[in-house]
Each structure stands twice: as C-alpha cells, then as structure tokens.
Design a protein around this ligand. Sequence first.
Ligand SMILES: *[C@@H]1O[C@H](CO)[C@@H](O)[C@H](O)[C@H]1NC(C)=O
Ligand SMILES: *[C@@H]1O[C@H](CO)[C@@H](O)[C@H](O)[C@H]1NC(C)=O
Length: 409
Amino acid sequence: MLAIFSSLFSIATFLLRFSAAKQLQSQTKDQTQSTDRCGSSLVFSVQGDIYRNGFFYAIIYIGNPPKPYYLDIDTGSNLTWVQCAAARSAKLLKAPNNPYKPNNNALFCKDPLCAFVDQPNNFPCKAPTDQCDYEVHYADYGSSLGVLVRDSFPLKFTNGSTYKPTLAFGCGYDQEFSGPFPPPYVDGVLGLANGKSSIVSQLRGFGLTQNVIGHCFGGQGKGFLFFGDDFLPSGLVWAPMLPNSLNHYMAGPVDLLFGGKTLGAKGLYVVFDSGSTYTYLNPQAYQTTLALIETALLKKPLSRVKDGNLPVCWKGVKRFENLDAVKNNFSPLALSFTNTKNVVFVLPAESYLVVTSHGNVCLGILNGADAHLGQLNIIGDITMQDKLVLQQAPQALNCVFSLGAANFE
Ligand SMILES: *[C@@H]1O[C@H](CO)[C@@H](O)[C@H](O)[C@H]1NC(C)=O
Ligand SMILES: *[C@@H]1O[C@H](CO)[C@@H](O)[C@H](O)[C@H]1NC(C)=O
C-alpha cells in the first residue's frame, strides 16, 4: 500500500542499481566473513502469495513477553503499526493474532520521532506532553489512526547476537478499509519506505544494521526479508533511483518493452511497492500495454471473459490449472532503464499474469486511473516475485539511495 499525501515528487539524480542473474548463495558467503563493518543483518521468513492472500507478511515479535504479529510488508509506507487494544471503542479489523496491549508506553509530542509521522487532523499535537498520535492513509482506501508507542523487539542477528532494542511503532486503534479487494488478513503493516519513522531507520540509528532492505517473494508462497547489508550480492549492475518527498523507492525513467520491442510507453517513473499486490500503470501506458497484449493474442486460442476477480481476463478452450498451462501465449514485458546501459528488468508471464480459481488467466497489471493514482506507476508484488529486490541507503549524510533487483534463480 502506498501511503498517500498531497505532496509532489521532487526528482534529483541519485543512484540505483539493477542486476542481471547472479548466484546469491555463492556470493553471500564471502561477504558475511567481512568483520570491520558496523552491525549485522536480520532475516525474516516471509509468507503469502498474490492470488489467494494478495499480500506477503513477516512475523515480528514485540513486547515482553514477546507476542507474534503478522505484518504486511510494505515498502510503500514508512510507519510500522499493529492493531492495538488501546480502548474499548477501538475499531479493529479481523486479524490473525490478538491485538497489541499498550502499557503507558506512548510517545509524547516532544519526542523527536513524533515529527516524522503525519498527525491526525482531529488530534494534532498541542502541547509537548500530549501523546503523539499518527494517521496514515493508503492508496488502496485503507487507513490507520493511533498513537506512537515504544516497546522491545527481540531480534536475533545473523552473527548470532540477540538484542531487544526498544523501537517506536504505531498502536493502531482505528483501522478502516473500503477498497475493491478485501483488506489483508494481518495484524498490521511493516512500513519499510525510507522515512525516519521506519524501524529500519531506527535500527540503523542504534548502529545495529545498515540502512539496507531486501526481499524475495517466492512465486510458490514463501520467501525472505532482510535488513542490513550482509546479503548484497556483488557484481550488481545499478541504475538511477530518485529520491522524493514521500520517501518512496522510485526509479526511472524507463521505457516499456513487449516481446523485446518498445511499446510507445516511454519515460515512465516507477515506484516499487511491496504493499501493492498488483502492478499499476498510468492510463496511457496501461492502454498501450493492453492493446499490444491483445493484438498478440489474436492468433492464439484465448478469448476475453468476465472473471469477477480482475478487470481483464481470458479463457482458453478448457480451464487452466496453472500459469504453466498458458504462459507460452504471452511474451515477456520489460522495463528498460534508459539512463543506464544494459539495465533491463524483465517481466516474464509470471510477473504480470495470474490464473484464477475459475481457470481463467488474468492481467495483473491494472489501470492506475481505477485506483486514482494519477500518473503514478507502481511495481507491485506480482512483478517482484522470484526476484531479489534491494533498497539501500548508506549512512553518509548525502545519502545515495539505491535500489536493485537481482534475478537470483
Ligand atoms: C553482531 O551484530 C550486532 C548487531 O549489529 C552487533 O551489535 C554485535 O556487536 C555483533 N556481534 C559480534 C560478535 O560481532
Ligand atoms: C514518510 O514519512 C513522512 C513524514 O516524515 C511522510 O510525510 C511521508 O508521506 C511518508 N512516506 C511514506 C511513503 O509513507
């Protein structure tokens, strides 16, 4: 989910890298042996999928004694929050675990971190000793309102050390959701955009990890997430990344290719957002892409059908059991980074199609206009599946934000 506020993107020249196939496993070995770096890494296993759940989540433990929370992994927003039994009137969504119970651990408005969350109109900070409330609205019509609290996060680092740093996060006592897809069945959101309020940024502040995140969402429903730089494969080819006022991981310009040929959709900027199930293109790019896919299908035994799950679907002569049964009819799409030589992010059929329970194949690229995204283009989970996606912000003040994606299969 993309947190949305009205600010415009500001664009400057920064660095981002993308990679071609590299063997992650063999390369991480040497890297983990280096000793003179500050901090180690954290690795979390990831569960979820595109079609049945519509999201990927990590299990994070909070409190003493620690309790588990399933958190939607969201590189499109920067605040981590959990549903919270703050008051009897709390408005909570259905969730897999019991809500978090706060214990007089709210942050005050005078706390420096309070400056990095958006405050609710109804409960703005008036006095330094007021509690620090936050409100976040997502592009998929979800929202969370709550109070910032601090509690301990028991964490086991990859070097074997365990720590319980006290981190700030949101205790969400009023969640609403009105999107076209059902709300993710989770206890909260793990906000991993590049803001000061994110827990990765707090861990970095304590010198515990580097400001690097990476994730790999497996097409088969498993994967991993890490914070820290122990797992950066070497030999990546990098492409420019654009900082912006919303701290989104934005890259570009890219040209869209279909079957290796340019689509006419050029100079796009794309935001990598693990909180979005599907990929969204601006209306023009979307129409061009759809038209080309349809033209290529004219000679194939597929016809348009209403499926009820997604807006554009096709049926075959008989129902498809899985994507393997139909993917040969679809050419790969690609994002070609025009400012950087040889940087092409290839989207095989798996990266933009799903097979539904009705046995139809549907386009997992949606029209951004239907989600009121304006000219924004969003690369969602479907397109990041089976790819290692890295986001890096080194410690230097004039940070170079980097984002890379490596096909590591
Ligand atoms: C392991 O990593 C932690 C967290 O980054 C660090 O504080 C600690 O000193 C490291 N331990 C060793 C033995 O290197
Ligand atoms: C990150 O936090 C800032 C507040 O510091 C907020 O203005 C911005 O919208 C947030 N970005 C995202 C992507 O949530």
